[in-house]
Write a protein that binds this ligand. Structure first.
Ligand code: FO1
Length: 337
């Protein structure tokens, strides 16, 4: 593992949070910075809700609902049952303790704090020492264009249960949003040892960040190795609508489609033993493939996958792969063989 360097993990959703937890358990707090998707954010009952931020905070804080992957453990639902009795909308379940996060976040936003400042405050109250950086302090909202019309992310994902056929995914506000400045400086920091794209849904949880102006350039010009962990195992998503969305977008539901999706800045790709057949294709595209177990059932699985990612990055840092892409402008030098 590199010396005093730190690693940047980009995450969104439940699968990403699992690897983030594994990384947080094998790295010291200052050696792991987390970038989290806020494209799922929405206003509901006048509250600003940041689901992926909260899923990450609850997961790292050891208070995540293990059955659903979102919301808090040991939750009560008094507010929801009272709301239902009043005839309010209940398609989006808000636990009593979870509700406190949304009320406080909304209040602090009204007081003028940035999403970044609020996230750091909330994470701190769960005893989390890692810095958790929302992808932007502006408002970018994932919208899903379906055969039934344009849906907000939560309407598509929760209210309609991902049933409508997807035609296109849009990131409202991305063209005028600025990336979180703390992320830009981290990507340019000489102590950055590597970047890990966690096994999140590329279209719903990673692309909102990549769609923000300047982010792709930052990643392409990043001097540290960038790797991604496949969110697919033998053509199936471990959780969520990824496989369905890919087939609706006419993208082959294969691990190497994910590597291709990120190829403009990717140095390494971690895929499951079941997808070993793609190792050669991915390597021939100039991306270093690592085949291992990527299904995280236990805490040990999470920690082992985290170790595999760090080892791949550290290996790439010593002997970067010759890449056709514009990314590696560094002189190839003698060790390019
Ligand atoms: N997902 C659901 O499928 N149903 C819900 O009722 C629900 C409520 C909810 C409340 C707070 C929160 O932070 C997340 C919640 N989620 C729910 C998950 C949410 O839709 C996330 O956007 C997904 O986890 C995708 O990232």
């Amino acid at each position: 593992m590199a010396g005093r360097g730190f690693y940047l993990a980009i995450t969104g959703g439940i699968g990403g949070a699992k690897l983030a937890l594994g990384l947080s358990r094998i790295l010291s707090p200052e050696a792991l910075v987390l970038v989290v998707n806020t494209g799922d954010d929405f206003e509901h009952y006048g509250l600003h809700i940041s689901p992926d931020v909260d899923t990450l905070i609850y997961t790292l804080g050891g208070q995540c609902n293990q059955d659903t992957g979102w919301g808090r453990s040991e939750e009560s639902w008094t507010f929801m049952s009272a709301l239902e009795a009043l005839g309010g909308e209940t398609w989006f379940q808000l636990g009593d303790k979870d509700l406190a996060m949304h009320v406080l976040r909304t209040n602090l936003l009204q007081d003028g704090l940035s999403l970044g400042e609020i996230t750091s405050k909330l994470a701190g109250s769960f005893g989390i020492q890692n810095s958790i950086l929302p992808m932007t302090n502006d408002f970018v909202q994932t919208k899903v264009n379906t055969v039934d019309g344009l849906l907000s992310f939560q309407h598509y994902f929760v209210r309609e249960r991902c049933k409508p056929v997807v035609r296109e995914i849009l990131y409202d506000g991305a063209s005028i949003a600025a990336p979180n400045p703390d992320i830009v400086s981290a990507l340019n920091d000489e102590n950055l040892s590597g970047v890990i794209l966690c096994p999140s849904n590329p279209f719903l949880s990673i692309d909102p960040f990549l769609s923000i102006g300047g982010v792709r350039d930052c990643l392409r010009n990043c001097r540290a190795p960038i790797i991604a962990v496949s969110p697919l195992v033998s053509g199936k998503a471990i959780k969520g609508p990824l496989a369905k969305i890919m087939s609706e977008l006419s993208i082959p539901v294969k691990a190497n489609s994910i590597a291709k999706h990120y190829s403009e800045f990717l140095d390494g790709f971690v895929l499951d033993n079941e997808d070993r057949e793609w190792e050669q294709t991915i390597t021939e595209s100039g991306i270093n493939a690592l085949v291992t177990n990527i299904v995280m059932r236990t805490m040990e699985d999470r920690e082992q996958l985290a170790r595999d990612c760090i080892e791949l990055i550290d290996r790439l840092a010593e002997k970067p792969l010759k890449k056709g892409g514009a990314k590696n402008d560094k002189p190839m030098g003698s060790d390019s063989g």
